[in-house]
Design a protein around this ligand. Sequence first.
Ligand code: ZN
Ligand code: ZN
Length: 239
Amino acid sequence: MIEHAAIQRYREHYRATEIPHGYRPLGHLLFTFGGGLLAFATCLWLVDGLRPVELLAVPAAFLYANFAEYVGHRWPMHRPFRGLGLIYKRHAGQHHRFFTDQAMPFDGLRDLRAVLFPPSLVLFFFGGFGIPAWWALDYFFGSNVAWLFIATAIAYYLNYEFLHTAYHLPAAHSIARIPLVRRLKWLHQTHHDPRQMAHANFNISYPLGDWLCGTLRRRPLAGAEQRPATQATGEKASR
Ligand SMILES: [Zn+2]
Ligand SMILES: [Zn+2]
């Protein structure tokens, strides 16, 4: 078990070494949600003369995104792969040391650096995977399918960032108390148990991939619930 004092020490170390002096958490939020909504609206605006059958791109993109979330989190984020070391370091090495199942909430807005994807990785993923996907779908199915697919992928990503940020809010925050957020948070909190993180609950939003692959764990391991929540860092902050 990682003790409270060790987590607090790690958080201080992370803030001192990983959060740039000029980091602006509101700018990070604006880039993620403002920029994301703008890109989402632009994709929908480019849809023209939609035929009903083309709407199948929406569930297809949802399933693809859920699968990508599962695969990306289960492997590159929790196993070191050549060329993807930064993703592994940020997630397994930093996010999981900053937050454990007994220390879920962040202490202040600057800690969003440890929660939200950095803009460089967002651009890398959407540029590296989104552009080829758009091109292939446009070639085979037409531009409406391509734009709807990308729009749904962006909406899925925004929903993912919203939910993941909500899981790391203090439990008393009004967003954290939304019933669906509480139910899904429980799964992610179980994933943050250091004994479970490489084995269970890799979907961060909706646990479809976990259910299909047999890695869904609804109950914490024995003993996890006996660790007093008051040991958690940050319980009293940011409310
Ligand atoms: Zn998390
Ligand atoms: Zn993880």
